[in-house]
Design a protein around this ligand. Sequence first.
Ligand SMILES: Cc1cc2nc3c(=O)[nH]c(=O)nc-3n(C[C@H](O)[C@H](O)[C@H](O)COP(=O)(O)OP(=O)(O)OC[C@H]3O[C@@H](n4cnc5c(N)ncnc54)[C@H](O)[C@@H]3O)c2cc1C
Length: 389
Amino acid sequence: MHGRDRRLNTMPAMAADIAIIGAGPLGLATALALHRRGQRPVVLDARTPAAHATDARILALSHGSRELLELLNAWPTAQATPIRQIHVSQQGGLGSTRLAADEYGLPALGYVMAASALAAALLQRVQALGIPLHFETTVGTIEAGANMVRLNLPDSAHLEARLVACCEGSIPDEAAARRRDYAQHALLCRATLAVPHQHLACERFTAQGPIALLPCGADYAIVWTVPAERADALMAAPDAEWISALQTAIGPLAQICSISERARYPLGLRMRSRITAPRQVWLGNAAQTLHPVAGQGFNLALRDAWELADTLTGAPDPGAPELLARYARGRRPDREGAAAFTDLLVETFSSDLPLLPDLRGLGLLALDALPPLRHFVARRMIYGARAWP
Ligand SMILES: Cc1cc2nc3c(=O)[nH]c(=O)nc-3n(C[C@H](O)[C@H](O)[C@H](O)COP(=O)(O)OP(=O)(O)OC[C@H]3O[C@@H](n4cnc5c(N)ncnc54)[C@H](O)[C@@H]3O)c2cc1C
């Protein structure tokens, strides 16, 4: 038996109020939020601590997420590049609009950082607080009893807790009530620029899917959505061919000099049918996996973590059914709203049906001409569900 498993096997049954599955950015943020509210979490992850350094995802974090991460003392200022303006346009069509942070009295509309940098900052804070973390520990089956839940671990080890919070980053097919395959893949790369980005982020809609140019240090981090078969071809293409295709898609928005750090992710929408079960709750990508357009995923996940911690504040039994029911009810509008918002953007902007480009152009013109509409979209980006009146 390995040392770590022996430790878990001998762990007293009440060692944890809450077991968290997943030490990705969300599992770690959830641990900090729960600890801040007086709960005693323990975090388990199948991978090694070094695994998160290989996460190629780039996160656009809202101003609201920054506020929450600051309250957790886990905001990595040096790793965050501010977005001061966002330009929204469509390829080969009319209309564009621009959102600016100073219209909202904020230093930035949002921030860009590598998911790996955020995970590192959160991990450091979790370790500083002495929250127990067990890497290389895969959680197998979970058995819920009336008062406790049992997590079965490798080599016959187990852990008992009052509640298990699943931050495992995905939803298996059989648990998804709603599933939509966009037949799109996100291609990621970093691009050096001929002219500095001046903290301008761009969201450009093309018939093949949206492209985001995100200021990241002195470069742009690019999230480029394309059909799956085109992703195959581009991943195999030399840099020069990739740059030329990317330049065609983004037009005059930026002039790309070179690229590095290519990666790809398949995209789809998945909504878990129920986000709670007896003594179990699912958060973030494990509750809803969204298209990355408009960068909602982790921002929404962080609000899941925050509301769970708020709901469980001072609760002697964090797995009590009425608390989980309250949490699920409270999260519904935000989860449904974010899923509908991203789905609508993908559907409306990734189609070349006749007249749609003109209608989209009119939409962008309306957004530009009607400040209340623009402010609503901006507030949705800045604060998420708190944008609603
Ligand atoms: C291309 C792309 C761009 C994106 N852009 C943005 C953006 O701009 N803004 C934004 O907010 N979000 C964005 N997202 C979403 C964001 O990347 C995710 O929400 C976030 O990174 C997920 O973090 P997580 O901690 O939930 O999951 P993960 O980082 O996947 O961590 C899950 C962890 O759970 C562990 N695990 C799973 N099962 C078990 C088990 N049985 N036992 C033990 N451990 C287990 C895994 O080992 C893993 O370490 C984007 C996503 C993609 C794909």
